[in-house]
Design a protein around this ligand. Sequence first.
Ligand code: GUN
Ligand code: FE
Length: 462
Amino acid sequence: MMLRNAWLLARGFHAPVCGDVEVLDDTLIEIDADGVIGDVVRPTEARYEVLKSAIEGQGILHRLPEGCYILPGFVDCHVHAPQYPQLGSALDVPLEVWLHKYTFPLEARFADLAYARRAYDLLVADLLANGTTTALYFATIHQEATRLLADICLEKGQRALVGKVAMDHPENCPDYYRDASPEAAVEGTRALIDYIFAHPDNASGLVKPVITPRFIPACTDAALEGLGQLAQECGCHVQTHCSESDWAHGYVLERHGMTDAASLDRFGLLGRRTMLAHSNFLTASDMELLKVREAAVAHCPLSNSFFAGAVFPLRAALEKGLHIGLGTDISGGPSASMFEASRNAITVSRMLETGVDPQKSAAERASGAPARIDFRHAFHVATAGGAKALDLPVGQFAPGYAFDAMLIDCNAPGGTIRLWDEAETSDDLLQRIIFTASKGNIAQVWVAGRAVAGTGIADQAA
Ligand code: GUN
Ligand code: FE
């Protein structure tokens, strides 16, 4: 069902504040003609009953079927769109080998637009079906294929931020897959920005361009400088990989004599709209710098287990007040589901806290500081936290925010949620959803009130 110029009688959950979950029970949500939330009225408010009767009388009140709950759509803060064809494979070697052995050859294939369409059509449809209503994408170095990714997001109605990858370093990028020069990297980025802003189907700004230096090792200083100037000029989002693995972190220390964060900062690449993927090896002063610049981290727990050899200290970063989103890092992370990313974030935080080497005593094994997060933090980071990190008005049910949401059907036979006796709308129900939901439970997905995916529900408009 389309939810524009409509009211929804909603049951569900959102987490505008990290660590807290608000349970919405019989809450009235007004959605305007553009798919933006106009009003949210809880049953405790004096005006509730009269308003509800009036809306019912007008026949514009939509009710949710039994056993169904709304959640804000997921905000995936780190996706490599062209890596979808290798999802679930190529996980056997370290990052610096993986790039040259598997990933650069795969990404180079996106010079072929037919191949790009096949991969991007499937990816965007699958992410929407998994409840991802906003995605921050790395594409490839190619102008045409990257434009096509933006086109496909617009066609399918996914909110997206799309970056042409900039990588021009002749020593660290292969001849067959590299920007021809620093100028080509910067001008190619500028051309994509112009294309997305001028797109005839993008008047609402559903798709945004992103300045995307792949990571410092792949870029010359001249390219980083040019991209930093461009970022200052246009105010666009910026994304890159930051201090991901020992190798990547060490390379930048050696080449620039400083950390990734410090180096990106001097190029003008660290600002309120910067998203740094991974960032596992941030120092205390890097964290301070990110806080001052209001730059964000995309935590990618599954990918980090394969390529980083370390766990990002999510709890410490949240307690410091950094902007944090969650990412699948397709295909470094072999899952397209933000439910799985949320579960992985919880799991690895427990392992970071306790340590994992059974040869050591519990005391020796432990990290010494509290590091665990629970489903409430994971849910926040996967929705409202990522949205705030990207400076986008989505991720929660509040006036002025777009109605980007998913409907979870707890009774879907093809799903993986199995409830027993309880049917109450409670925190614990959200916990069960976070830990056990899958695509088969996602009955409907909306972006700005427009139905874009889902296994389907009966329209029960009163
Ligand atoms: N560092 C540079 N490129 C990549 C990439 O494609 N994936 C990951 N995980 N790290 C990178
Ligand atoms: Fe990545």
